[in-house]
Design a protein. Structure first.
Length: 381
């Protein structure tokens, strides 16, 4: 019994130091039991709550795994944690509780319970985390971005650290991953060029899931007056190009060279055999964008008469790290707040795929590439 008490004492001291309970000794009421996975277990604490009034349920696991702990008490207070004799793996959680926890393989783990009255719990070994898509592929034509949902098993903490994404052809479509705590997540895909890319999710120690993304539409952002070459569809040689609005954007049929004449949106189409790739093109008129942005600034500041523009530039900016550079205007301005103090703001404004003005706060003009000053008479006109 003394050996048992000394083992549990070391566990409790580490676990409680994590949450600051300041346990100095373990009395005879501390008990140790063997835990049976998947079995509903009941227990009862005698007397009032004391810091050293612990029940320790001992268990071993032979491989890395996730365990699900469902624990509650109807007649008293309860808190619990997972620990071993060397370190605490989790601070105490108050009941009722239903949590999934990742644990590496090892011996002499303990479910430590501290409380009063009767309690019940069930611990299930749910195995290693796995990930899956509901579908294996998809074809998307008319969306600026597409969300592809996925599910995973096990704990959020493990998945957040051990789930990795790989995109086979980022030139076709860029992608980003987000993980939720309810065993779900999503891949957000941004189509760029015709073709297909394979999104692969790999759970360390678990499995791999694949999703094939077919891209038949992309988005392109250019400035009025630009002479550039339309992004060529991946794997398509010598397509024939056409423009839906030649007065806005003209394009040479064979070379794909364009001339942006007027601000707005236009669809450029590349055809080759069965391939029909649509490239929605947003043409930005810097001067009009600057005028509209300046007007919106005046509409929102506290005192428009005190508005002061320090700098205004036109240039290019990456909305996302994996995105193309898009035409923007940069404003560095100051305005007085409710108390009369001057407050300085810096942002870039741009047209999205629907020609709605969006703004992003930036630190300074260094965020803008190929910048050129826009005169006051242009945006104040």
């Amino acid at each position: 019994m003394k050996k048992i008490i000394s083992i549990v004492l070391s566990i409790v001291l580490v676990a409680t130091s994590f949450i600051g309970l300041n346990v100095k000794s373990v009395k005879a009421e501390t008990k140790e039991f063997n835990l049976a996975f998947g079995k509903q277990t009941s227990g009862k604490f005698e007397g009032t709550l004391q810091n050293n009034n612990f029940h320790g349920y001992k268990f071993n696991i032979s491989s890395n795994t996730n365990i699900r702990v469902v624990i509650s008490s109807k007649t008293g207070s309860l808190r619990w944690g997972i620990a071993n004799k060397d370190k605490a793996y989790q601070g105490y959680t108050y009941q009722p509780s239903d949590e999934t926890i990742y644990l590496p393989k090892g011996n002499d783990y303990y479910l430590l319970i501290n409380g009063t009255g009767e309690y019940t719990f069930k611990v299930t070994n749910v195995g290693m985390s796995k990930v899956s898509f509901s579908k294996k592929s998809g074809k998307f034509a008319d969306a600026y971005s597409v969300s592809i949902p996925f599910k995973y098993t096990g704990s959020y903490k493990y998945a957040n650290s051990n789930l990795k994404m790989k995109n086979s052809k980022p030139k076709c479509a860029t992608a980003s991953m987000s993980i939720n705590s309810n065993n779900t997540g999503k891949i957000t895909v941004y189509p760029r060029k015709y073709g297909k890319t394979v999104i692969k999710l790999t759970m360390t120690g678990g499995n791999t899931a694949k999703y094939t993304f077919h891209c038949v539409r992309g988005y392109w952002y250019i400035a009025k007056g630009s002479k550039a070459k339309a992004p060529k569809p991946i794997g398509v040689k010598k397509p024939k190009w056409s423009s839906s609005k030649k007065k806005r954007v003209s394009i040479k049929k064979k070379s794909g060279k364009v001339k942006a004449k007027k601000g707005g949106t236009v669809t450029l189409t590349a055809k080759k055999g069965k391939v029909k790739y649509r490239l929605k093109t947003v043409v930005t008129d810097f001067n009009k964008l600057a005028k509209k942005s300046y007007k919106e600034i005046k509409d929102v500041v506290n005192n428009p008469s005190k508005l002061k523009v320090y700098h205004c530039y036109r240039g290019y900016y990456k909305v996302r790290s994996d995105a193309q550079r898009i035409p923007v205007v940069y404003f560095d301005y100051g305005s007085t707040n409710y108390y009369g103090a001057m407050v300085r703001n810096k942002f870039v404004a741009f047209y999205d795929e629907t020609m709605v003005i969006r703004t992003i706060t930036v630190s300074n003009a260094n965020n803008v590439y190929k910048k050129k000053a826009i005169k006051k008479k242009v945006y104040k006109k």
